[in-house]
Design a protein around this ligand. Structure first.
Ligand code: NI
Length: 390
C-alpha cells in the first residue's frame, strides 16, 4: 500500500487513541494508564521489544527494519504527561478529570509516535533500529533525565535523538525549527529573608525586610540590563514577593521567588554568579539574614547543526520546499528534551497545530488534523535516515 494510503488508513485508530488520552489526563510520573496503553499497543502491533518502567513510568518500543546491517540506531521521543489545569472546552472528548488537562498536546505527541509505531511495524522499510521513547513528567519533573539516568541512551545504543512539539498559530502541515539554541535553560531562585519585625510606628526599632526586598528586586534587574552582553538573551523575572499582612506591623520575614532564563551556558553561569553576589551584597547592606536557593532546571534545548539540516530536508522532501521555516528566533520557554540533546546529537522540531488557544491555556485544543502529518514526519525520518540499499 502506498505510504500516504497506509497513514490515512491508520489515522482513525490513532485519533481515537489520542482522544482517549485526552479524556484521561495524568500528571508528571503518574502516567500509568497512558503508559499501559502505549505498551499494550506496541506489543499488539509487533514491536520487537517493549520495555516499561524506565524513568519510573517511561516506555520504550524497539522496531527493527527489514535489515539492521547499518548498525544505525535512531531515537524518537514523545512526552505523555498532562497539566494541572481545569479544561474549559466543550469538546466531546474533553477531560473527565477535574483540574487535569492535556493543555500542551502531549496526548497528541504520544498518539503521533504511536502512529509511527503502527506504520513502522507494518512496513519496516529501513535498515537499522528505531527506538521509540515515551517519557513521563516533561512538565517540570525532568522525566527525560529520569529515563537517561535509567540507562535509556546506552542500554539501547541510541546514536541520534529527535523530538517534536505542536505549535499553535502555525498552520497544520507546516514546521518550524531553530538551529543551535532553540529554547532556554530555566532556573529558579528562592530567597528567604529574615529581618526584625515590630510596630509600624517605630521603624527605628525594627529591621524592615520589605524595604530590603524591594531594593533586592530592583538590584536584580541589573543582571539583564548591566551585566549581560546586550546581544545575548536573558530573563530574570521576580515572580513572587511575599511579606506581611497587617497595616501596622512590620513583618519579621519576606520571601522572593523568581525565574531565570538563558540561552547559553556562559550566560547561565554569569546569571547564577551575579544573582548570588547581588543577594549577598544587598542583604548585607540591609543587615538581613537570608537563605538563597539557586535551582538549576532544564538546560538549553540545543539543536545540533547536522541533525537540524537533516530534519529540514525530511520536511521539505515530504511536505514541500516551503513547508518548514528554519530561521525562527529561539524562545525563552524550556523543554526537558534538552537533556537528551546533551547526550546525543539531534533536533527538536515544531509542528503546526493551526489556530487554537495557546499551550497551557484551558481552552487549548490539539488539532487532530496534525496526526497524519506527525506520523508521516516520524516515519519518513526513520526511512530516510536509515535507507535500505540494494
Ligand atoms: Ni509541552
Amino acid at each position: 500500500m502506498p505510504k500516504n494510503d497506509l497513514i490515512a488508513a491508520i489515522t482513525p485508530e490513532i485519533t481515537a487513541i489520542r482522544r482517549d488520552f485526552h479524556r484521561h489526563p495524568e500528571l508528571m510520573y503518574e502516567v500509568q494508564r497512558t503508559a499501559g496503553i502505549v505498551a499494550d499497543k506496541l506489543k499488539e502491533w509487533g514491536a520487537d521489544e517493549v520495555v516499561t518502567g524506565i524513568g519510573k513510568t517511561g516506555v520504550v518500543g524497539i522496531i527493527k527494519g527489514k535489515k539492521a546491517d547499518s548498525g544505525r540506531v535512531i531515537g524518537l521521543r514523545a512526552d505523555m504527561d498532562a497539566l494541572p489545569i481545569h479544561e474549559q472546552t466543550n469538546l466531546e472528548h474533553r477531560s473527565t478529570v477535574p483540574g487535569k488537562m492535556h493543555a500542551c498536546g502531549h496526548d497528541g505527541h504520544t498518539a503521533m509516535l504511536l502512529g509511527a509505531a503502527k506504520y513502522l511495524t507494518q512496513t519496516r522499510d529501513f535498515d537499522g533500529t528505531a527506538v521509540l521513547i515515551f517519557q513521563p513528567a516533561e512538565e517540570g519533573g525532568a522525566g527525560a533525565k529520569a529515563m537517561i539516568d535509567d540507562g535509556l541512551i546506552t542500554r539501547f545504543g541510541i546514536q541520534e535523538v529527535y523530538g517534536m512539539h505542536n505549535k499553535p498559530g502555525v498552520p497544520v502541515g507546516r514546521f518550524e525549527i531553530a538551529k543551535g539554541p532553540a529554547m532556554a535553560a530555566a532556573d529558579r531562585i528562592h530567597i528567604k529573608i529574615e529581618g526584625k519585625g515590630g510596630h509600624a510606628a517605630a521603624p527605628h526599632n525594627v529591621n524592615d525586610p520589605i524595604v530590603a526586598s524591594c531594593a533586592l528586586v530592583s538590584a536584580l534587574q541589573t543582571v539583564a540590563s548591566r551585566n549581560t552582553n546586550p546581544l545575548e538573551s536573558i530573563v530574570v523575572s521576580v515572580t513572587a514577593l511575599n511579606a506581611g499582612e497587617a497595616f501596622n506591623v512590620i513583618p519579621q520575614n519576606a520571601e522572593i521567588k523568581g525565574s531565570v532564563r538563558t540561552l547559553t551556558p556562559e550566560t547561565r553561569d554569569l546569571a547564577e554568579k551575579r544573582i548570588t553576589e547581588i543577594v549577598e551584597g544587598v542583604m548585607k547592606a540591609f543587615g538581613m539574614k537570608y537563605e538563597l536557593e539557586y535551582h538549576r532546571g532544564y538546560p538549553v534545548t540545543f539543536n545540533h547543526a547536522g541533525q537540524t539540516d537533516f530534519v529540514t530536508s525530511v520536511a521539505k522532501e515530504i511536505f514541500g520546499s516551503d513547508a518548514i521555516t528554519t530561521d525562527i528566533p529561539p524562545t525563552m520557554g524550556s523543554e526537558d528534551f534538552s537533556y537528551m540533546l546533551e547526550e546525543r546529537p539531534g533536533a527538536f522540531i515544531n509542528i503546526g497545530n493551526g489556530d487554537s488557544a495557546g499551550l497551557h491555556h484551558p481552552a487549548y485544543e490539539f488539532n487532530d488534523e496534525a496526526i497524519p502529518v506527525g506520523v508521516n514526519y516520524w516515519a519518513s525520518l526513520i526511512e530516510i535516515s536509515m535507507p535500505q540499499r540494494g
